[in-house]
Design a protein around this ligand. Structure first.
Ligand code: AMP
Ligand code: MG
Length: 270
């Protein structure tokens, strides 16, 4: 069973990965009050870092969010990025591919949406759907999805060598928590729009999705594009974990505002 006090956020590389070793309800010693107080400062810090990332123009940031239905992808975006303005930060949602997208290689639609230097892009679902839903629902043959882990690693390696910092977050919730969140979508009129009857069929595939998530994390957890396994049953802890990880990564870049044009010191605007 999980050791609730030493759960790593990034699983060790090159080891067998088992989701059962990670407790979705883990909260790292936080309670709601502490998390809700801390997130306020973390959001402001994140905005400051995004501002200097934008000015610095040496790097871009790609944030990948994955998780089963109701895991909290939308909620994470709304909460963690609340203070980050739209200048230089956007969200790309990926749903069922169009005919045009299906007519290309599987990475085509994602590559076009990757962030340019100075920008942040959040992938709300991502190229990993090609080894998740497409695998679980048999949308492509086994040989096809099996080859994709290497292709994804190469794609991410290309991006990271081109100045894109990649941070991948798997939002890990329990099956009980999903039941409650799906029920809430049925019972609460403001959430009805998020529910499709087909979500109940997806829920029956829980075990198959777990296998697919485990393989995704084991095979694509690279040094330059690590997977973070985020305990996500408690939304307030989830947000703190993600905000802290992003801040730590951005701080390590040693971002700088570009120097002033020579000779502007002491200039007076008439
Ligand atoms: P949502 O994120 O709730 O808006 O739902 C998007 C839907 O698109 C989900 O049911 C995904 O399973 C589906 N989807 C995303 N990517 C793919 C893909 N590559 N192939 C098939 N379905 C996908
Ligand atoms: Mg959904």
């Amino acid at each position: 069973m999980p050791n609730n006090h030493s759960q790593p956020l990034v699983p060790p590389h090159g080891k067998k990965f088992d989701l059962d070793d990670y407790a979705p309800g883990y909260s790292g010693g936080y309670d709601r009050a502490r998390a809700e107080a801390e997130i306020v400062a973390l959001r402001i810090r994140l905005n400051d870092l995004q501002d200097v990332l934008y000015a610095d123009r040496r790097f871009s940031l790609l944030i990948v969010l994955q998780g089963i239905d109701t895991a909290g992808k939308d909620g994470t975006i709304k909460s963690v990025f609340q203070q980050v303005g739209p200048l230089g930060c956007s969200v790309s949602n990926f749903g069922v591919p169009t005919d045009e997208e299906l007519g290309h290689d599987f990475l085509w639609r994602y590559h076009q949406r990757t962030p340019k230097k100075g920008s942040v892009v959040i992938f709300n679902r991502s190229h990993y759907e090609a080894v998740l839903v497409e695998r679980v629902k048999n949308l492509v043959p086994k040989e096809t999805w099996q080859g994709r882990y290497d292709q994804i690693n190469q794609f991410e390696d290309l991006l990271s060598r081109s100045g894109t910092v990649i941070m991948k977050f798997f939002l890990h919730i329990s099956k009980d928590e999903q039941r409650e969140r799906l029920q809430e979508r049925i019972d609460n009129p403001k959430k009805n729009w998020k529910f499709r009857v087909g979500d109940l069929d997806e829920r029956k595939l829980w075990g198959d999705y777990e296998d697919a998530f485990e393989d995704m994390i084991a095979k694509c957890n690279t040094a330059s594009a690590p997977w973070h396994v985020v305990p996500a049953d408690r939304k307030w802890y989830r947000d703190v974990v993600i905000a802290q990880a992003l801040i730590e990564r951005l701080e390590a870049l040693d971002l700088r505002y570009p120097p002033a044009e020579p000779g502007i010191k002491g200039l007076k605007v008439e």
